[in-house]
Design a protein around this ligand. Structure first.
Ligand SMILES: *Cc1c(COP(=O)(O)O)cnc(C)c1O
Length: 415
């Protein structure tokens, strides 16, 4: 399959404006990232297969989305059974899986109410709206939400503004106002940033896109105490860390705190578009018409969410994630030591290896060529977010391929 442009075809379509003829096989798609010229056609567990029959071990899993791996039985069963029963009946009505999933989330999180969304960004957008409404009602119109440098909250205008990604600083101006930034793990900086306009503090328990940078337990506990003292809301974005990723149902459990508002996405749907805005009863102040969305809470996706939550809640599942995480961390450390890398960061099955040099993109490309999908969120960092049920054999296999990919990069730079 060629990526090169067919200039003759381009010329003829230029003459006939009614024909938007793409010339290469992928040219009808908007370019949003550099994709390798491969088409994936099948997935099973931790493995993906492309159109040429080549198999790849997948330690990205749709960006920590396929928490049970590719096309897992429980998800396929829930999806097909629900599809045959009821796909959509509008968010203006209750449906059975929607009610059941909200109950499961409440039981496991300790937060009483859920609003379902279709993406993490949309759940975070809802969290921002809920906090602003609460500020209007209870804090004299306070609306500012303190967020963290290097944070990632999504790609809508407001969530990009809430994010602290340096590359976005000058993009799609003007930003949505009201998101002062502080350094992660600097409680004094948060305290100093609070004004009478402040309504909330929002952060990820582990900054995933920034390169797997954990908020410390002391910082999270300090924030919980500070926000309580100042009557502010604590919003945790657990779109990446939630639903078992760190070895607990929610990452906040490691710190022994509960937020006022929690957002979920990625793993919640096990691969399908499903997200949630979850909040304490006292914070839920939306009036009819304030919030909604055509597909929100649709039975097809929420049925899958129920199946995923039921799997994660099975006895021993989370303990096994924590154990597997320790095994992966030790294995990564060992590979890293052979290649002059630094340490491993993260928790459970959200882990990063510090490469100590900016070879991330090359390692990812070499690993891809050798049939392994990994991700470099920073030039000097590799991130691993395999299926939560990844086997030790698959981890060993990943380490052998990574070892070879790192060796490729070393010999390429020596040459
Ligand atoms: C992926 C992610 C989002 C955005 O979720 P989308 O479903 O891509 O909109 C938000 N916050 C965090 C922490 C994420 O990892």
């Amino acid at each position: 399959m060629s990526l090169s442009q067919d200039s003759a075809a381009q010329d003829s379509s230029a003459q006939d404006p009614s024909v938007a003829a793409p010339s290469g096989p992928f040219d009808a798609l908007m370019t949003i990232t550099d994709r390798p010229p491969v088409v994936f056609v099948e997935g099973r567990g931790s493995w993906l297969r492309d159109q040429n029959g080549k198999d790849y071990l997948d330690f990205v899993q749709g960006w920590a989305v396929n928490c049970l791996g590719h096309s897992p039985e429980p998800v396929v069963r829930a999806l097909t059974a629900q599809a045959a029963k009821l796909i959509n009946c509008s968010p203006a009505f209750y449906n059975e899986p929607m009610v059941r999933l909200a109950g499961l989330i409440a039981r496991h999180s300790g937060l009483e109410r859920t609003f379902f969304a279709n993406s993490g960004a949309e759940a975070n957008e809802g969290a921002i709206k809920l906090a602003r409404k609460w500020g209007a009602l209870h804090r004299g119109g306070a609306f500012e939400i303190i967020t963290m440098d290097h944070a990632f909250h999504g790609r809508t205008l407001a969530t990009m503004s809430a994010s602290g990604k340096p590359q976005w600083e000058k993009l799609f101006e003007p930003k949505v106002a009201g998101f002062p930034k502080v350094d992660l793990n600097d409680l004094d900086a948060v305290a100093a940033a609070i004004t009478d306009k402040t309504v909330a503090v929002m952060l990820e328990p582990i900054q995933g896109e920034a390169g797997v940078l954990p908020a410390t337990v002391e910082f999270l506990r300090g924030l919980r105490e500070l926000t309580r003292q100042k009557n502010l809301l604590l919003i945790l974005d657990e779109v990446q860390t939630g639903i078992g990723r760190t070895g607990k149902f929610f990452a906040f459990e490691h710190a022994g705190i509960t937020p006022d508002i929690l957002t979920l996405g990625k793993g919640l749907g096990g691969g399908v578009p499903l997200a949630a805005l979850v909040a304490r009863e006292e914070v839920c102040c939306f009036a009819a018409g304030d919030q909604g969305g055509t597909y929100n809470g649709n039975p097809l996706m929420t049925a899958v969410g129920c199946a995923v939550m039921e799997e994660i809640a099975k006895p021993g599942f989370l303990a096994e994630v924590a154990e597997t995480g320790l095994y992966l961390a030790a294995a990564l450390e060992a590979v890293g030591r052979r290649h002059g890398c630094g340490g491993v960061r993260g928790q459970g099955l959200l882990l990063a290896l510090d490469l100590k040099r900016d070879i991330g993109a090359r390692v990812v490309a070499r690993a891809f060529a050798r049939g392994l999908l990994i991700n470099a969120p920073r030039p000097n960092t590799l991130r691993m977010m395999p299926a939560l049920n990844v086997s030790r054999g698959e981890i060993d296999h990943m380490c052998r391929v990574l070892d070879a990919a790192l060796a490729d990069c070393a010999s390429a730079s020596a040459a």
